[in-house]
Structure formats: structure tokens, C-alpha cells
Design a protein around this ligand. Structure first.
Ligand code: DGI
Ligand code: FE
Ligand code: FE
Length: 206
């Protein structure tokens, strides 16, 4: 897996803009650390982190064209906000272009921007690592979220969803909120689900 990762890393260095490549490495290592903390497969987490934004630097027009060509169904929100497509298209390219055969890695890539209700451990790790990796500096409450992520993964997830939705709702981005982002937020803020996650996974909320 590590050898494969080095090969993919080389390809992505050519494919991505410099900052995006640095971010990608940040997510890969942060995902690796969270995997150690929560007993997730570290190679799987690092591979998902490495590839999560592999479609990010494809121009929007081309994103739309590729989805048409490969029959990737898009929602109206994705058509109106094509940057959102990089998650779904990235999951497809991870399998087809980078030959990832693990469906869990592809799923984590697919849901990394909006999240999804009932995410599994790997999905949560990638979602959170993407938000808090060391090169990130714009989001509010980053220091708090970084500490929280190593204490209680679900609490960190909820803080991120809250802050992201707050950011989207306050600006001129209200109309561009993907229903999936809202659904994810509602799912995790509904006490029942959070509590059942604790019951399933123990008090650490993992
Ligand atoms: O690709 P990255 O920049 O590393 O991170 P990402 O894929 O999580 O995308 C981050 C941006 O996505 C961030 O500014 C918040 C935004 N976002 C998350 N959910 C939605 C959203 N933007 C819109 N327009 N709609 C959403 O539902
Ligand atoms: Fe992304
Ligand atoms: Fe990212």
C-alpha cells in the first residue's frame, strides 16, 4: 500500500496546483494520525486522504463533461455549484484512474465535502482531517476543533458541520447549500443518533 501511495503521490504532484498538493499531504498525514487514535486502518485512511481532492483541479467545464461521459448522475445543486462535483468525480477517478479497489476509500472520497448521514469511521476521519489539516487557517475555532478531534470524533464532526453550515448560511451562499450538507447536520445534531453512536462505540464517541 505504501508503494502504491508513493506512485499516486507522484502523479498527484503533477495533477494538482501546489497549494492543493500541500493540502492533500496534510490531509493524508492527519487522517493517518486520526486512524492511529481511533483504531482505523492507517493505510486505508492515508490513501483516502491522499486521493480525496484528486478531481479538485479539473476545470468546472471538464468536470461536467466527464460526469456526462461516464454517466455520473449529478444533482441540481452540483450542476449549479460545479466545485461540489470534485467529491463524486474524485471517487470515480480514484477507482478508474488510480486503480483503488477498496470501495470504502471511494466512499470516503465521495462524501468528503457534504458529509452524509450515518458516516462510518473512515468517512468521518477524512471529513475531519480535510477540515483541520495543518495548512488550513481560515475556518473559525480551528484550535478547538483540532484538540476535540483527538478527544471525541463525533463532537468534532458536529462542530465542523455547525461552523460550515453557519458560514454558508450567513454569506451569499445560502442558495448553494447542498441538501446533503443539511441532512448530515440534522442527522448528527439529532440527539438520538449521537447517543446511539455512543452506545455502539463507547463513551469516546468513536
Ligand atoms: O476541497 P476542499 O477545499 O479541501 O474542501 P471541501 O471539499 O470540504 O470543500 C470545502 C468547501 O465546501 C467549504 O468552503 C465549505 C463548502 N461546502 C460544504 N458543503 C457545502 C459547501 N459549499 C456549498 N456551496 N454547498 C454545500 O452544501
Ligand atoms: Fe474537497
Ligand atoms: Fe480537501
Amino acid at each position: 500500500m505504501a508503494g502504491e501511495r508513493t506512485e499516486i503521490q507522484k502523479e498527484l504532484k503533477k495533477e494538482l496546483e501546489k497549494d492543493r498538493y500541500e493540502h492533500t499531504l496534510g490531509v493524508m498525514y492527519t487522517a493517518g494520525c486520526l486512524a492511529m487514535r481511533y483504531d482505523c486502518d492507517m493505510d486505508q485512511a492515508m490513501m483516502a486522504g491522499l486521493l480525496h481532492d484528486c478531481a479538485k483541479c479539473i476545470p468546472n467545464e471538464k468536470k461536467l463533461k466527464l460526469c456526462k461521459k461516464y454517466d455520473i448522475a449529478l444533482t441540481q445543486t452540483e450542476i449549479d455549484n460545479p466545485f461540489l462535483i470534485h467529491a463524486k468525480l474524485g471517487a470515480f477517478l480514484a477507482a478508474e484512474k488510480y486503480h483503488v479497489t477498496d470501495p470504502e476509500i471511494c466512499h470516503a472520497i465521495k462524501v468528503h465535502t457534504t458529509g452524509a448521514p450515518d458516516m462510518n469511521l473512515l468517512d468521518k476521519i477524512i471529513f475531519i482531517a480535510d477540515y483541520m489539516e495543518p495548512n488550513r487557517n481560515k475556518a473559525p475555532n480551528l484550535a478547538e476543533i483540532r484538540t476535540l478531534a483527538f478527544k471525541d470524533l463525533d463532537q468534532a464532526l458536529m462542530r465542523i458541520l455547525e461552523d460550515t453550515l453557519g458560514y454558508l448560511a450567513n454569506g451569499d451562499k445560502k442558495d448553494s447549500i447542498d441538501p446533503m450538507t443539511r441532512e448530515t447536520y440534522e442527522y448528527y445534531t439529532e440527539r438520538n443518533h449521537y447517543e446511539s453512536d455512543i452506545e455502539r462505540n463507547g463513551e469516546a464517541g468513536i
